[in-house]
Design a protein around this ligand. Structure first.
Ligand code: GLN
Length: 537
């Protein structure tokens, strides 16, 4: 019998429910159970792809080309396994499907309602994943905060599943916040109590409460929360702020969390194997030296916009025995002369040109690329960053002053980056980019080959534009080298011939496949290069 673990959230959003869900998965997996995870997002968008990063943080791309919520990224990183786009369920998808079925006559004669039609659709999708993956345990995180109108149908579906699947096969974990009053320093439990009451009002009695707080939960607060939640004290777990999210599973485990939930699910308990994970956390947090990386982008005010890149740098640096300090450089500020690019990049050990869309900030990014290239600062461009590296070379090394990407200047006389032919007739903007995992042919005797050590590699993509093949000869004469190709013959990796520094552009996003115990190779080598060439000099 498959077990379902539902994770709900109370008090406010952004508490780290995704990390608690991912940590729970890691702990169960480390015992030896097979697990998978689903994220439910109650918004009406079909997927996260049409949202600005400022609305919802990064769009995480799955192997099969899903444009999903960033929590799917946390799950993949903690579980060390790929998930498909089906693992991110939204209100948009549910309604889309129910309305299509109604039009097709599937509910002929019936009045189509939230209960049972919408709730059935939700339950069917959750069960389908259980069936398809064949795992022992399915984790289901219900996004939003208990009490929101939007998440009600999902909570109702979860409530029904408890009855249908059996109490012993379902578990509810509620994650809520206990704030600390700055005036008295007191840890307050009322918001947690209220959110549990709200959950019980709709028929869900949680089995465990994870309490987020600045410092660890005091005994008195824990006792109070247990009492008002109708639970034993051992079902309430403090989850204080820590130095790294990767420590969360270890903290929860120390507090008896794993044993408690395994017991509640009626499963056999064994001590989880966490040695490698502990080693990673130690490496990540105990470092003598740090490298400084400039992150040049236009969504720098919300760091979650680039979360997979940040995490990939952490994985890469931990295994290179070094820490990483990020210096955020807002590309639009360079453009407006608020920030002087030479000064901004003066003391950094490396520069990353971040992905993005649209014109704003691009001239700032191009200036940063020029400064990094001319001063031989290790440079890594991801997707849009790679495309702008090509624009920079075309302008400054080829002398094509007005060279540009057609995305930014539709009338440029030198479209060195142009729309992919597969995009010419695209009308609907949702889910229509070149998405997901595609093979890349790596040329021998290149930096790309030294990084990967093989000829065919797979990385995940999310783009509409591409380096224009018509300019490749000219670009290569100017010193650029295309070292990775798509099957259709488009550049996937670029580098500089005979470069005396690290200069690399990647059309795909290797960060989406970076894992704590297996860093993405491009990030790993970027950090390694810096450690060997800058730090140790
Ligand atoms: N805007 C560019 C494109 O569509 C790059 C996209 C990205 O950086 N993900 O090709």
């Amino acid at each position: 019998m498959v077990k379902y673990v539902f994770v709900t959230g109370g008090v406010l959003s952004g508490l780290g429910k995704g990390v608690v869900t991912a940590s729970t998965g890691l702990l169960l997996k480390s015992i030896g159970y097979s697990v998978t995870a689903i994220k439910i997002d109650p918004y009406v968008n079909v997927d996260a792809g049409t949202m600005n990063p400022y609305m919802h943080g990064e769009v995480f791309v799955t192997e099969d080309g899903g444009e999903t919520d960033l929590d799917i990224g946390h799950y993949e990183r903690f579980l060390h396994q790929n998930l498909s786009k089906k693992h991110n369920i939204t209100t948009g998808q549910i309604y889309y499907s129910v309305i299509s079925k109604e039009r097709e006559g599937e509910y002929l004669g019936q009045c189509v309602q939230i209960i049972p039609h919408v709730t059935n659709e939700i339950k069917d999708r959750i069960r389908e994943i259980a069936r398809e993956t064949g795992v022992d345990i399915v984790l289901v995180e219900i996004g939003g905060t208990v009490g929101d109108i939007e998440s009600l149908p999902f909570l109702e579906a979860a409530r029904q599943m408890r009855i249908e699947e059996g109490y012993e096969n379902t578990l509810f974990i509620h994650v809520a916040l206990s704030p600390i009053l700055s005036t008295t320093g007191e840890q307050k439990t009322k918001p947690v109590q209220h959110s549990v009451q709200e959950l019980r009002r709709i028929g869900i009695q949680p089995d465990a409460i994870v309490v987020r707080s600045q410092r660890d939960l005091e005994d008195e607060a824990r006792r109070k929360i247990a009492l008002y939640s109708n639970l034993p004290i051992r079902a309430v777990f403090g989850n204080p702020d820590v130095d790294t999210i990767y420590r969360v599973p270890l903290i929860l485990h120390e507090k008896g969390y794993t044993k408690y939930i395994v017991g509640k699910l009626g499963l056999e308990y064994k001590e989880p194997k966490l040695d490698k994970w502990i080693e990673f956390v130690e490496r990540l947090t105990k470092v003598d030296k740090k490298i400084k990386i400039a992150m040049v982008g236009k969504y720098t005010k919300l760091k979650d916009s680039y979360i997979s890149i940040i995490e990939a740098l952490k994985h890469a640096s931990a295994w290179n025995n070094v820490g990483v300090q990020l210096k955020w450089v807002e590309a639009t500020d360079i453009e407006k002369n608020i920030v002087n690019v030479e000064e901004a990049l003066e003391n950094v050990d490396g520069v990353i040109i971040l992905p993005g869309f649209g014109k704003r900030g691009t001239e700032g990014k191009i200036e940063a690329i020029k400064v990094a290239r001319e001063n031989k600062i290790p440079l890594l461009g991801i997707c849009f960053g790679m495309q702008l590296m090509v624009v920079e070379v075309a302008r400054n090394l080829l002398g094509l002053e007005k060279a540009n990407s057609r995305e930014l200047d539709p009338h440029t006389p030198h479209p060195v980056v142009d729309l992919l032919p597969s995009q010419y007739y695209v009308k609907h903007l949702g889910g229509s980019m070149r998405l997901g995992s595609h093979p890349i042919v790596v040329e021998k005797n290149t930096l790309a080959y030294r990084i990967y050590g093989k000829e065919i590699v797979y990385e995940r993509h999310r783009h509409r534009y591409e380096v224009n093949p018509k300019y490749i000869d000219k670009l290569e004469k100017a010193g650029l080298k295309v070292s990775g190709w798509s099957i259709e013959g488009y550049p996937e990796f670029i580098e500089m011939k005979n470069s005396s520094s690290f200069y690399f552009g990647s059309q795909p996003h290797p960060e989406f496949k970076s894992r704590p115990l297996e860093p993405a190779r491009i990030y790993y080598y970027f950090v390694k290069y810096i450690v060997e060439n800058t730090l140790n000099k």
